[in-house]
Ligand binder design. Structure first.
Ligand code: NIG
Ligand code: FE
Length: 405
């Protein structure tokens, strides 16, 4: 293949993330548009086709070129599904009720029982599914390790997947997700801070540290303790915040300078104000809201306050068995009220910011990585308009076609 594409439409955020506030969702839309890149996979040109240097572009009539999607919140690698829990919730149980051997601890047991090869064999097709749905960069997380050694093992498996995947991957140590069986919360937080985080950092296994703050999980004091350990290890903080109920986690995460506060279904007024004023991104996870049949977050208020909004799948076996960013974008628009351009920005430039990939990913511009998509339809609005339809005609990573039909 040549190193230039042209299509009826090209869309891209105008600048690198973070993009926020009035006018943030203004995107560059060229009709027609073209992009070219060099042999090293770096974009050299974005503009009208007639301005292309030398190269004759491959032409996609009726299609849209966009940056690759950045899925900035997933729980891969994991092994095993929990569809029975989804069905039980539809019959009246709640996610909070993790009794009876279900929930996060169940995924931890499944991970502990599986061999490394079994975990990789389960996770690989999900990364391939992501590629086919346009995800060119993503986060992998631990949190199902169930012990210090188990967490380190899951982080090593994440690094192995990252090494073989075409996508750019970042690994987050979800050091506080569920209290391991047979331990108290205090003991686990101490082990996470004193053993797990330093060991993961020393081995180069993590790019960030995450905490699940919830009345059924960890407290704000635990978040502060983990934040201190992460800071000593030189790792940025992320936080599962206000998902099932209000806990003050969003404002606490913002006060700690966290890279992101994720979920936010029950974010408080103070949390909205803190995310609007600070640099902590608001990561929206609409498919987990949909599948838990939960209350959506106050997205309009977050955007009006000036929050940096990112969008991700939360791909995990408990609350969001979704690997498709087009699906997250569709639900983000239909359930959260994002405009297609706001969703585009949240799924690219701002998501790249969350993963510290904003210099190279999340937009089409000279100097950025040639990670791009050819999408069906003559505008980005076609992606949320047809939920359940796979709009990706071609996925290109580093200038190479890695998926196409
Ligand atoms: O982001 N709620 C916390 N963590 C995940 C779910 C993990 C699980 O149920 O396995 C989430 O929704
Ligand atoms: Fe999550």
């Amino acid at each position: 293949m040549g190193r230039a594409l042209a299509a009826t439409t090209l869309v891209t955020p105008l600048g690198p993330g973070p993009l926020r506030g009035p006018g943030a969702a203004e995107v560059l839309e060229l009709r027609p548009g073209a992009v070219a890149w060099d042999a090293s996979g770096t974009i050299t040109y974005v503009g009208p086709p007639e301005g292309l240097p030398a190269e004759d572009p491959e032409w996609f009539e009726g299609c849209t070129i966009s940056p690759g999607f950045v899925d900035c919140h997933t729980h891969l690698p994991f092994v095993g599904w929990r569809a029975d829990e989804f069905e039980a919730r539809l019959a009246g149980t709640t996610y909070r009720d993790q009794a009876g051997g279900g929930g996060i601890r169940r995924s931890a047991r499944l991970l502990a029982e599986a061999s490394d090869e079994e975990v990789l064999a389960f996770s690989r097709p999900l990364l391939a599914e992501m590629l086919a749905h346009g995800t060119t960069a993503l986060e992998l997380k631990t949190g199902y390790g169930g012990s210090v050694q188990g967490e380190l093992r899951q982080a090593r498996l994440a690094r192995r997947l990252a090494a073989e995947a075409p996508q750019a991957c970042r690994v987050t140590l979800l050091a506080a997700h569920a209290v391991p069986e047979g331990m108290t919360r205090e003991d686990w937080v101490r082990a996470a801070c004193e053993e797990l985080i330093p060991a993961a950092a020393a081995e180069g296994l993590a790019d960030a540290v995450d905490v699940y703050v919830e009345d059924i999980a960890f407290s704000i004091a635990d978040l502060e303790a983990v934040a201190a350990a992460a800071a000593s290890a030189g790792l940025p903080l992320r936080c599962h915040a206000d998902q099932l109920g209000p806990s003050g986690a969003a404002e606490a995460a913002a006060a700690l300078g966290a890279r992101s506060a994720d979920h936010l279904n029950h974010v408080s007024e103070a949390g909205i104000a803190a995310l609007g004023a600070g640099t902590t991104a608001a990561v929206l996870l609409p498919t987990s809201t949909m599948l838990l049949r939960a209350t959506p977050p106050p997205v309009d208020a977050l955007l009006a306050a000036g929050a940096v909004a990112a969008l991700a799948t939360d791909c995990n076996p408990g609350t969001s068995a979704v690997a498709s960013m087009p699906e997250a974008i569709a639900v983000g628009c239909a359930l959260y009220g994002l405009t297609p351009n706001e969703a585009l920005l949240a799924a690219t430039a701002n998501a790249a910011r969350v993963l510290d990939l904003d210099r190279t990913h999340g937009r089409l511009a000279p100097g950025a990585e040639a990670d791009l998509l050819v999408l069906e339809g003559d505008g980005f609005r076609h992606v949320p308009y047809r939920p359940g339809h796979d709009p990706v005609v071609r996925t290109i990573v580093g200038g190479e076609v890695v998926w196409g039909r």
